[in-house]
Design a protein around this ligand. Sequence first.
Ligand SMILES: CC(C)(COP(=O)(O)OP(=O)(O)OC[C@H]1O[C@@H](n2cnc3c(N)ncnc32)[C@H](O)[C@@H]1OP(=O)(O)O)[C@@H](O)C(=O)NCCC(=O)NCCS
Length: 210
Amino acid sequence: MNVKIQVANSSHEKYAQQICDLMYESAQARGTGIAKRSPEYVAEKINAGKAVIALDGDQLVGFSYIESWGHDKFVANSGLIVHPDYRNRGIAKRIKKRIFNLSRELYPHAKIFSITTGLAVMKMNTELGFKPVPFSELTDDEEFWKGCQGCRNFDILQRNNYKMCLCTGLLFDPEEEAKKEKKSGEARPFAKKIVKPIVKKRTSNKLFKK
Ligand SMILES: CC(C)(COP(=O)(O)OP(=O)(O)OC[C@H]1O[C@@H](n2cnc3c(N)ncnc32)[C@H](O)[C@@H]1OP(=O)(O)O)[C@@H](O)C(=O)NCCC(=O)NCCS
């Protein structure tokens, strides 16, 4: 097994149908609904350089893509999928990291978010610096929330005026991250200051000189 994770390009367009089938079958097996993705939509993401694909030779192993919302203020890393034969080997983690880095490169100022009921995604996103937030902190772009229509819990979301549902919202805020980095950068000179040894020079006091 030699799984290669890479940013997808037009040579991978041929996998679009297989990717959609894999997503659909996995959603059926989990008993959840998913945002509907057509092979054309997936191909569009592949050709735009906004997707990450994992391949073992010619065999499709995994996939994830980027969507932007609210005039590029928000970005979602969506459609994470790993082929059942390749699960529990850290492949989703590698795809997540690559798609997260790609999102940061393409949209450096955007907040990155996801909504999920899955423990695996919660774990991976937390490691990348995501924080749990209420839906009010996520995009209010109607197009994004329309994607929930294919979910079996959509009536719950509607009933709650799109403010809460069974998914947990996870958010990575680049501004918060920059503030945190600045703070830890500032903390260093302070630490240096307090641990700097205080060496008192012994000076003779003429008054008490014997
Ligand atoms: C979820 C999924 C992508 C995980 O893929 P994977 O390659 O097996 O995941 P990894 O081996 O990289 O594991 C990543 C982390 O998630 C955990 N994890 C993986 N599958 C899990 C599961 N079913 N339940 C709970 N935790 C899980 C792993 O233990 C690991 O955590 P760790 O770093 O603390 O050890 C894969 O099972 C899948 O494609 N499922 C169907 C689609 C899906 O649910 N997508 C997510 C939509 S929100």
